[in-house]
Ligand binder design. Sequence first.
Ligand code: HEM
Length: 410
Amino acid sequence: MSDSDGGTQPVRALAAIADPDAFLAAMSDLAAPQTRYAAMIEGGGFLQPTEGMALSFDRAMTEHVLRHHELFSSRVDLNLGNVRPLIPLNVDPPNHSKYRKLLDPLFAPRRMDEREKDITERVNGFIDGFIDNGECNFSEEFAELFPSSVFLGMMGLPEEDLRMFLGMRDGILHAEKIDPNALVDFGARAAVLERTGQEIYDYFGGLVDDRRQSPTDDVISMFLAAEVDGERLTREDILDICFLFLIAGLDTVSDSLTCMYAFLATHPDHRQQIARDPSLIPNAVEELMRWESPVAFGVPRVATEDTTMPNGEMVTKGTAVVVSYGAANIDQKQCPDSFDVRFDRDVNRHIAFGAGVHRCLGSHLARRELRITLAEWHRRIPDYWIKPGHEELEYPPGLRHVKDLTLAWK
Ligand code: HEM
């Protein structure tokens, strides 16, 4: 199988994204963005702050964009050190559907059942490392390590590769950790991304070649064996999928964990509810994903033709449209009591994992990791708080996450 529609298109307005005031204002308050989202929705919910760029906050408009892939293409160049489109994120239907048909079963709930024991052991292994200290830097000692460790397990890779793996992830998502100049110098950032991108291709390339020779029961071996309508994934396909996994599947779970634990550590009533009644945990995960929406904004979509939005506004061909999942999840037209964080919500139609054809492939894995963490943690550490002196929480730019969230317990 190969993605034969050609390359991705550059997003005309991406360079301008750092500029428009409205975008910066909406992005800057990552600590508690919900009130700002509500103001954006009240102000119309759809902005075109500069030619070639649009922002959607309103739930109906966001769903319109996400569910009309023929009008809003995902074939955009994200400049993440990749030299080909990321699969399946940068692929439009019909090719996209072929990839998802092949990948979905590998990440289905039944497959995740098989990983339950492994994930539970990994959670407890990390907790063992700090429980007797009565405190931990939750971001560094748990949230950043655990999802990568699970991923290593799924890839059949040894735990010793964890640091190298985190290095590759940082080289793409946190280039400033590798070279501090990358924060201000576009060239320095591009150099780190390019170098890391090549490392990722080399690393997974070696793995694919190895598994082709000696298949195991890991994910790469499954990719090599999987077949849809008589077609198999090519070597490049597998590299482009693994590249995306590295950037889509590790940080997102880490970020979600820090947002959730910052909430729980500062809301004792909510924390006690799940410590007392673990059966609430699946609902709590959904509600915290809705409220926190760690992936606050989506990957840009590009209008394939001049088109009219549900509010009557015209969007011209080539416009990059960025949707806010965070805003869509607190839109009171869809969820009237959206500012109440309730673990007993019967219906919770949040789109923290996206919507439409590109809806998160790894949502069952992510949910499983989050649920097991909450269950095991609250079984062993039911009562905890932010360590005194660390109450000021820092939410750096990027996906919503808390840096150095420091928790304490008795
Ligand atoms: C709590 C954690 C996670 C969150 C909040 C999250 C969120 C999202 C969102 C919002 C999208 C849609 C992107 C778009 O339409 O532009 C997405 C897509 C995707 N996610 Fe996740 N994700 C999470 C975990 C994971 C994990 C663990 C994996 C690993 C397999 C993963 C793999 C993917 C892939 C491959 C896509 C692209 C799907 C496609 O284009 O068809 N995600 N995710």
